[in-house]
Design a protein around this ligand. Structure first.
Ligand SMILES: [Zn+2]
Length: 374
């Protein structure tokens, strides 16, 4: 996956990334606080103080989210589930696992750690707001109160039992624990997550009709994001189950049609792409695999240059390609493809090309297995 954004730092080998989309949310939160929260609750407050406190409150809010994600990450690490990075983005935070937990108990603890952390932060700030009220400026008290309140809201939101929310993961772990069926449990919570996503989007529309344009739009986008994640959560599990223990050699296309590096692009298009309808060809020079040429690489060349340009001019050379072996686990290959953003990979054995594997091959394999119930 491409990394867009800034690296804030690394803690215990976990990269803390800030996606550029985060700034949108940050500005929005500051704006909402400065224009509505503080002026409505503290009528005498000067505008500069409201803005200053809003920035402080927004920063504390995002630190709370970061701590929430760290709670997930550290709980995961305790249970030997590797976390590669924590990303703050427009909709909050994400602790990216290299691999999903393999035991229900682990998943339950990892998912529960985040809301527990937010709950503690929430209580702490509400407690501080209560205890310090007589001693601090009114506005600062407002910040403490807001952080306490928003963290408790975060707990409630995250505990909604729909995937990919923490509550959904916890429920999945529970069903998984008692049924032993990861796929079925994921389907249940994925469906619940999708229902919740629709509820959010519907609420967003209602809010817009009620005059809250920006807030309504945020709700709709959060709903869309959750809908997508809920669907792909189930899809990933189906893939993982359908592919477990299957070597890629069993799924790949063997003896793929190949092309010589000296062939012109014009020839490649007419005689290869159109005739075979593959979108990609391995490039071979005298039985030696030298690269891969894909249809989008041809698109980058001006049409009037097609007869003067050769395959070797546009192909991805072998050194720059990620390759896999026939005995590599098909699920790992799919993960590698997603990670690299590539649609297909050459399969090599002892340095020789033995096949080509595409995402489509993998998905079709899983679909067939599902259809046949094997
Ligand atoms: Zn969480």
């Amino acid at each position: 996956m491409q990394r867009q954004g800034l690296t804030l730092g690394t803690y215990k080998n976990i990269r803390i990334g800030l996606d550029y989309s985060w700034f949108v949310m940050f500005v929005l939160v500051v704006f909402m606080l400065a224009r509505y929260f503080f002026p409505q609750n503290y009528e005498d407050m000067a505008a500069w103080e409201a803005w200053l406190l809003s920035v402080l409150a927004a920063l504390l809010f995002f630190v709370s989210i970061l701590l929430h994600e760290f709670a997930h990450a550290l709980a995961a690490r305790k249970r030997s589930v590797e976390i590669s990075e924590i990303i703050l983005f427009i909709f909050g935070g994400l602790a990216k696992m290299k691999k999903e937990p393999e035991r229900a108990r682990d998943e339950f603890v990892i998912a529960g750690a985040g809301p527990l952390c937010s709950f503690i932060i929430g209580l702490l700030f509400l407690g501080l707001a209560f205890l310090l009220e007589p001693f601090i400026r009114e506005g600062l008290h407002g910040v403490f109160w807001y952080i306490g309140y928003i963290n408790i809201l975060l707990v409630i939101f995250n505990l909604v039992p729909g995937f990919p929310l923490d509550g959904g993961r916890m429920l999945r772990a529970a069903i998984w624990h008692y049924s032993g069926n990861l796929r079925k449990s994921t389907r249940i919570v994925s469906n619940m997550g999708q229902i919740f996503a629709f509820v959010l989007m519907f609420t967003g529309v209602m809010v817009i009709f009620g005059g809250g344009l920006i807030v309504g739009i945020v709700w709709i986008f959060v709903g869309m994001f959750l809908l997508q994640s809920a669907k792909s959560g189930y899809y990933m599990v189906a893939m993982r189950e359908g592919l477990s223990g299957i070597p890629v050699g069993k799924i790949m296309t063997t003896n793929p049609s190949t092309v010589h590096p000296n062939v012109s692009i014009k020839n490649l298009v007419d005689e290869y792409f159109f005739k075979n309808r593959f979108s990609c060809f391995p490039v071979m020079r005298n039985d030696e695999f030298v690269g891969l040429v894909e249809i989008n690489q041809v698109k980058a060349v001006d049409r009037d240059q097609w007869q003067y340009t050769r395959v070797s001019d546009v192909m991805t050379p072998r050194d720059a390609l990620r390759t896999v072996k026939p005995d590599t686990d098909a699920y790992d290959v799919l993960m590698q493809m997603i990670d690299a953003g590539s649609g297909r990979l050459p399969v090599l054995e002892n340095g020789e090309l033995v096949g080509i594997i595409s995402r489509k091959d993998i998905m079709q394999f899983v679909e067939f297995r599902e259809a046949l119930g094997t």
